[in-house]
Design a protein around this ligand. Sequence first.
Ligand code: ADP
Ligand code: ZN
Length: 364
Amino acid sequence: MFNQIKVNTSTSAAYHYNVGTDLLDVVCDFISDEIGSAKVFLIIDKNVHHHHIEKINTAFESRFERIVTYVVPPGEKSKSFEQFSSIVEFVLNQGVERTTPLVAIGGGVIGDLAGFVAASVMRGIPLIQVPTSLLAMVDSSIGGKTGINHSTGKNLIGAFYQPKAVFADLNFLDTLPEKEWVNGLSEIIKYGMIESPIILKQLQRLISENGFTNPVQWQPIVEQSAQIKVDIVSRDVNEQGVRAYLNFGHTYAHVIERLGEYSNYSHGEAVFAGMYGAVSASNKLGASIDLNELDHFKSLYNFKLDAIADHRDEFLSLMRKDKKAKNQQIRLVLLKKLGDPFVEEVGELDLIKASWEDVIHHFS
Ligand code: ADP
Ligand code: ZN
């Protein structure tokens, strides 16, 4: 059983985001029918390979003459020039034609890295995204961003490159560690805050009834989240207007990640804390959003921000350096009310400072 969401793009053909269970045969059907290659490249995260390679092989071996697999070490460190170069080298040496598909199977790291390889080899070979983490299913596999990190910053080298299809198979989540569930949760909460508050209620119920033990039950939430991201990025493929809403909580989050040297806090933790900042700033500008909306989820997170409080004098200058900032002004995504976002250049620095104090207070 699976559902499809159509993704329109301005630069390449529309494609489908598919979400459901037991999708590997559907992935193989799609490649055979739509791409028609006898050979496929599978670029797989090492942890996903460990848990799921048997069923992956079973599905692909019955359909393709040559399956060429490359296993990528897990973690953000793999979004490197070295890893990129090593996969490109591998793909070229194994023999590739313009129509040989590359299937990226893993979390956001694999999607970004393998996606950039697919964008680069022969100026672009067909890319199929099979996201296996909650974060990748609801966020990074949608929108066509691919790329790697540089020593001077994250995602500084890359390209917009749309896949031929995305297949979010919830069965992969059976083996996802709890901290990775929580990492993806923050983006879902974000969608609830900016677009669809009902998701927040559904999430609360789902988690209180099942925790993170029953991935199949997550289909409606994953689907709604994907739909929200699809709607926003289809309206704004190159990031001018509404796509900024996806940055809710992220201007704060990027500061937290940076001060934590990209290792003390996960992206999801930083975004969760960052949303307290955005809500606080919104309320100081006249909204009246109940912080309970976030507090309901707080016990799932297990981190403190005491360490970064010592760096409070750097908060504003780091916000000004955010890559989404313009002319060094601090641009925040704020809420008029739940589900009603807007973007504002906030010049009242005391207000932003006070919002940071609220963030720290909540996580000390
Ligand atoms: P993201 O959070 O952007 O998806 P990663 O690609 O680094 O980031 O994935 C997060 C972690 O989860 C990695 O350690 C990866 O190996 C692991 N992982 C991803 N999918 C699964 C899965 N289905 N089962 C077990 N571990 C997984
Ligand atoms: Zn994010």
